[in-house]
Unconditional design. Structure first.
Length: 302
């Protein structure tokens, strides 16, 4: 399955001003998300309206950008860049595509009314793409890999990374699925806790050095951001503060509707993919159940 790659690039003060006007940091209540914002994310289809009637919590189904990603079976999200842009950026939130991403117990939560189709395939390579195709949301953890490359003769300073929370609500409920992933090479490691009132990015640089670096023309930097959630559902984006030729600029990274992360519990009941041909029920003492690959999964009663 070919990756569909979106590249983002800094486009000067105009982009920064446009992004500033588009920002909305209002923290909606669950009731508010049930209204206009949820309707925007879910669209106007009768199927979407059916989901809203059945759900007891606001489930914001992946919007147009991510729906397109699912159609392509993609793991990378992007826009175009030109050679004149100071920095070219690509990013992915598929753990299987991320070098150095944590691999054990990665979970995704599928809407309870979704009739699951397809399988992750052999191993765990296709697990995240399969989840996206079934409208799943990352559960507990979202890891984003960002690759930045300098494109101008002048060095570009990337001085800070911030988290912009677009919306928050009560945790989602649904069909819990899990699969282990693998991989690991050296990269810059960053972390954030979405449950914080104002999530900040911590950087595990050498000897506690602060986040920040410069990019010369043709130079590439790769770093992973791991976002965790234990108390809610969040839509969020990443903002890079940069300096280009002495002028501060901001670059927003993420789908138009934001990355989606809902709180999760690694010990909670879930359907676990056996890397081959079936799902096994885990986390329910005294209950053993197996579902063949391709068969619809159901919500696990607690």
């Amino acid at each position: 399955m070919e990756a569909f790659i979106t590249q983002l690039a800094i486009r000067g003060d105009g982009m920064a001003q446009q992004q500033e006007s588009a920002d909305s940091e209002v923290e909606p209540s669950a009731d508010a998300l049930e209204g206009a914002e949820a309707a925007e994310a879910l669209g106007s289809t009768s199927e979407a309206r059916g989901w809203r009637r059945l759900l007891q919590v606001p489930w914001l189904v992946l919007a147009t950008v991510v729906t397109t990603a699912a159609t392509w079976g993609c793991t990378w999200l992007l826009t175009s860049a030109t050679e004149a842009d100071p920095i070219a950026i690509s990013f992915t939130s598929d753990p299987q595509q991320i070098a150095g991403s944590p691999s054990a117990g990665r979970q995704m939560l599928i809407p309870p009314t979704q009739r699951t189709v397809g399988t992750p395939g052999a191993g765990c390579d296709g697990f995240h793409a399969w989840g996206v195709a079934n409208h799943a949301v990352d559960s507990g953890v979202t890891t984003v890999q960002i690759i930045a490359q300098g494109q101008t003769d002048s060095a570009v300073l990337i001085r800070a990374m911030k988290i912009k929370v677009l919306a928050k609500a009560v945790p989602l409920q649904g069909i819990a699925t899990v699969c282990a992933t693998a991989g690991g090479v050296s990269s810059r490691g960053l972390a954030t806790n979405l449950d914080d009132i104002q999530p900040e990015v911590s950087y595990s640089g050498a000897e506690g050095s602060p986040f920040g670096f410069t990019l010369a023309k043709g130079e590439t930097e790769s770093f992973n951001l791991t976002a965790t959630a234990e108390a809610g559902y969040y839509r969020w984006q990443i903002v890079l503060d940069t300096v280009v030729d002495g002028k501060p600029q901001s670059l927003t990274i993420g789908p138009a509707q934001g990355f989606e992360t809902t709180s999760g519990n690694s010990n909670a009941p879930a359907w676990s993919w056996n890397w081959k041909d079936s799902w096994s029920l885990t986390g329910v003492p005294g209950r053993a159940e197996t579902v063949p690959a391709g068969s619809p999964l159901t919500v696990i009663p607690h």
